[in-house]
Design a protein around this ligand. Structure first.
Ligand SMILES: *[C@@H]1O[C@H](CO)[C@@H](O)[C@H](O)[C@H]1NC(C)=O
Ligand SMILES: *[C@@H]1O[C@H](CO)[C@@H](O)[C@H](O)[C@H]1NC(C)=O
Ligand SMILES: *[C@@H]1O[C@H](CO)[C@@H](O)[C@H](O)[C@H]1NC(C)=O
Ligand SMILES: *[C@@H]1O[C@H](CO)[C@@H](O)[C@H](O)[C@H]1NC(C)=O
Ligand SMILES: *[C@@H]1O[C@H](CO)[C@@H](O)[C@H](O)[C@H]1NC(C)=O
Ligand SMILES: *[C@@H]1O[C@H](CO)[C@@H](O)[C@H](O)[C@H]1NC(C)=O
Ligand SMILES: *[C@@H]1O[C@H](CO)[C@@H](O)[C@H](O)[C@H]1NC(C)=O
Ligand SMILES: *[C@@H]1O[C@H](CO)[C@@H](O)[C@H](O)[C@H]1NC(C)=O
Ligand SMILES: *[C@@H]1O[C@H](CO)[C@@H](O)[C@H](O)[C@H]1NC(C)=O
Length: 735
């Protein structure tokens, strides 16, 4: 299943739904569900046409069902289809030679812009709006709110000539010279009223972060007031709506969006969606779609995923750009003033005005007439009594309790923070406290019978600790490709103000009747479009760069993060925090081309026959294992020891860099030093005399894995002007 990667819902609403699509479940074998049939690269025309797909379906499907069976045909950018099939029919189809993979379509969910100034990418950065306006960012999401100020087309010329897309946004959806394309895909319960209009807010938010206009004085009820803008404000947006409130985001539809976006001619795709857990690439529509995009020169940026559990980063393939989420120097807090005069700082985005006076606190048995104390204390649903909560601020021992407090119409609520480092929009005056503060509050509550509290409106405060990776941002290592470091980079994804849909309440809780144009969301969903916007900017400066060159530029110029601050170090943030202005002039790039991917996939266990279909050319896998020698801007190697039984290792990485800085330049290798390892770079000086000249080198690391299970080192190529930095990570199987 796939999910939207933002995180504004109370966690209990955020449970991952598994459709009845797990093979071998109790569902009847005769039950029809949507399967995605992936057939690789576009083949000969007659084999990648809807008619051909229909024929394939007819061969296996009972004549009574044939008419409605085929749901989608992918024929523009790669070959495949989606169809309603029974388990038995799917097995018959799977035997066909031309199929690469066949898998049930699953449901994915979605997981101001102070953030740009924070990374030194201010409004005065060198940019060429005319060139930038040729950039098209494709956003695969919940749609867009076309009337938002972030998307008006004042000053925009007609779409660039290369644009081959359409405006098929459905009912009451008009494109303009900013939103130049719109499509929507709904294979489950489609209706005439469907459109590309965003009713959830997520897609408008991500679109405006990537490429929204400059909008002055944007704020959430005055909080985080400032100029909202995207990373590439002059770029165009093409919206591909694949998520709907009733049916989630279907894999079959996401693949259709990729099929169109690639053929429509977008430059960058931003997709803040992901599977709930890592899925092998041949069954992951985002990996498949991104692969074909990369073959056509389109960079796909994906959110790394959110979770409070230990589940690993879900975006794993080397051709997608995987983004973690981190804080900026602006944090949003909500203060409480206790009746005894003490102020407690909590985490919440409280858009309600500060209370004019204190209100009595209510907790547990005081506010219920039917529930046992533990249920009353947690404000479980239908536990609170409206009469007993009137005029009170209700304490709940669980974050989700605020939904019940909203239902009974109490004055406010105090809850434990949903996350120690993130403020979420609350549906009534409320603040979330950390464990220490929450127990202080409980102590205050029992210390007096006259316990009152005043909840103040949120403030934005300076966060001196930034950037640090958010607790919800999923970490590596990479479960499928252990020698590819994931996530690739981090970018702002905490408390981001951006455009929203006025149809959804900002807290996403039904009792909250507010409607806003800008709202605050957190998630890797928000960090992903920051990188997509930055990539569009870099691409506008270097029109001829491959997706891997753009990605390398953003990776090797990233800010160094403090490895000792985060237990997972590079597994949390990859090469570091993006620095878009620097990325326009990286000096050297690590380019990864088709042949590199072929060798890499062969080493990863895909055979020649499968790869021939995926690449659409005859492929013979080499014998040599090059799994850690993919020309990637980061170097990672998993050694087969455990951290408690660590034997010395030696790892060699081979890489090739391309000179994109000054024609005549000399780069020296600078490596990090430690008593834990030795690094040798051969050669340690690279001399270039022309642009686009390539030079190869190898890096040999000798050392021992420490108790931490990983060693963090780095290699930097420096010509005195450019510093081209790659992390080197060697880790044990039980890191
Ligand atoms: C189209 O949508 C906008 C925004 O919701 C709304 O203001 C307008 O009334 C709608 N027009 C029609 C004809 O439905
Ligand atoms: C935002 O700031 C501007 C300028 O400082 C001010 O004019 C405007 O009223 C503020 N808006 C809100 C909603 O506070
Ligand atoms: C309760 O506390 C409030 C605030 O501290 C105070 O103003 C009020 O007089 C107190 N009431 C009683 C009955 O003690
Ligand atoms: C108010 O109560 C809290 C919790 O019991 C306590 O930590 C704090 O010191 C008290 N403040 C004053 C001024 O007494
Ligand atoms: C890195 O973090 C550690 C632990 O928080 C801190 O002691 C150290 O000063 C930090 N280093 C830098 C360069 O900020
Ligand atoms: C290549 O090496 C990696 C470990 O470095 C291993 O996981 C993989 O299975 C190897 N590939 C093949 C085809 O043996
Ligand atoms: C790396 O390069 C060195 C010399 O350039 C070569 O000897 C070695 O075999 C290469 N290693 C791999 C794994 O390709
Ligand atoms: C290239 O740089 C070297 C010094 O690094 C210098 O001696 C040489 O003249 C330069 N060549 C050109 C063509 O600029
Ligand atoms: C690094 O190299 C030095 C000198 O050859 C050697 O003494 C030391 O043991 C090496 N350290 C490690 C961790 O291999």
């Amino acid at each position: 299943m796939v999910g939207l990667h933002s995180f504004n819902l109370p966690y209990f609403i955020f449970v991952i739904r598994v459709l009845s699509c797990i093979a071998g479940s109790h569902a009847s074998d005769q039950e029809r569900k949507i399967y995605v049939v992936y057939m690789g690269n576009l083949g000969r025309t007659e084999q990648s046409s809807p008619a051909y797909h229909l024929n394939m379906v007819k061969e296996v499907v009972d004549s009574r069902f044939r008419g409605q069976s085929l749901v989608r045909s992918y024929t523009r950018s790669f070959n495949g289809f989606a169809a309603y099939l029974t388990h038995e029919e799917h097995e018959k189809l799977a035997r066909k030679e031309e199929i690469v993979s066949i898998f049930p379509s699953t449901t994915l969910h979605t997981q101001t812009t102070r953030s740009w100034d924070f990374m030194g990418f201010d409004e005065n950065v060198r940019r060429n709006p005319t060139v930038e306006s040729d950039m098209i960012v494709g956003v695969i999401d919940t749609g867009i709110w076309p009337e938002s100020e972030s998307f008006i087309d004042k000053g925009f010329s007609p779409p660039p000539k290369k644009w081959k897309g359409v405006c098929k946004g459905g009912q009451n959806f008009t494109c303009n010279n900013k939103i130049i394309g719109a499509r929507y895909y709904k294979s489950i319960n489609p209706s005439k009223e469907d459109s590309a209009r965003d009713s959830e807010g997520h897609g408008s938010h991500t679109s405006s972060i990537a490429a929204g206009n400059y909008v002055k004085d944007a704020s959430f009820y005055g909080i985080a007031n400032g100029t909202a803008r995207g990373g590439a404000p002059s770029a165009r947006i093409a919206t591909y709506k694949v998520c709907f409130p009733d049916s989630g985001c279907q894999s079959a539809d996401i693949l259709a969006a990729f099929d169109d976006a690639i053929a429509d001619g977008v430059d960058v795709i931003s997709i803040s969606l992901g599977m709930a857990e890592p899925v092998k690439l041949e069954r992951d529509v985002i990996s498949i779609g991104s692969f074909h995009a990369s073959q056509k020169g389109i960079l796909v940026v994906q959110s790394g995923g959110n979770g409070l559990s230990r589940s690993p980063v879900t975006s794993t393939v080397p051709w997608t750009f995987t983004v973690a989420a981190s804080t900026t120097d602006r944090a949003i807090i909500t203060n409480l003033v206790l009746g005894n005069g003490t102020t407690i700082t909590g985490k919440a985005v409280n858009g309600y005005d500060s209370m004019k006076k204190s209100f009595p606190l209510g907790y547990g048995t005081e506010v219920t007439s039917k529930c046992v104390p533990p249920l009353a204390q947690s404000c479980s649903s239908n536990c609170l009594d409206e009469r007993k909560t009137q005029g009170k601020i209700v304490i709940c021992s669980q974050y989700g309790g605020i939904v019940e407090v909203s239902r009974v119409g109490a004055v406010g609520s105090v809850i434990p923070a949903r996350s120690p480092d993130v403020s979420y929009v609350v549906p009534l005056p409320a603040s979330g406290l950390n464990a220490q503060h929450f127990s202080d509050l409980q102590r205050y509550f029992s210390s007096t019978t006259n316990h009152t509290v005043n909840i103040l409106k949120s403030d934005a405060v300076k966060n001196l600790d930034a950037p640090s990776v958010a607790s919800f941002s999923l970490r590596g290592p990479n479960v499928f490709f252990p020698n590819i470091l994931k996530p690739d980079v981090t970018a702002p994804g905490v408390e981001i103000l951006a455009a929203y849909s006025p149809l959804n309440s900002p807290s996403q809780i039904p009792q909250d009747k507010r409607s806003v144009k800008y709202s605050v969301l957190s998630g890797t969903s928000m960090s992903c479009p920051h990188v997509a916007g930055a990539a569009a900017y870099v691409k506008s400066v270097h029109r001829d760069w491959s997706p891997s060159a753009v990605k390398s530029a953003l990776m090797t110029t990233a800010w160094r993060m403090n490895a000792s601050k985060d237990p997972k170090a590079e597994f949390s943030y990859g090469t570091g925090h993006i620095d878009p202005a620097k990325a326009a002039d990286p000096g050297l790039v690590y380019e990864t081309l088709t042949d590199d991917y072929i060798g890499f996939l062969c080493s990863s266990g895909y055979n020649s026959a499968t790869l021939s279909k995926i690449f659409g050319q005859s492929i013979l896998c080499p014998d040599k294992n090059v799994s850690k020698d993919l020309n990637y801007p980061a170097m990672a190697f998993q050694v087969m020891t455990t951290k408690t039984n660590s034997t010395p290792f030696s790892a060699e990485f081979n890489r090739t860099v391309t000179n994109v800085g000054s024609p005549n330049s000399t780069y020296k290798a600078i490596t990090s030093t430690s008593t834990d390892y030795n690094i040798t770079v051969k050669p340690s000086v690279l001399k270039f005399s022309t642009l686009n000249e390539k030079q190869s080198f190898s890096v040999i690391v000798n050392g021992k894995i420490s108790d931490r299970g990983m060693l963090s080192a780095s290699l930097e190529w420096s010509d005195g002007v450019h510093n081209v930095r790659s992390p080197i990570v060697v880790y044990s199987v039980d890191v």
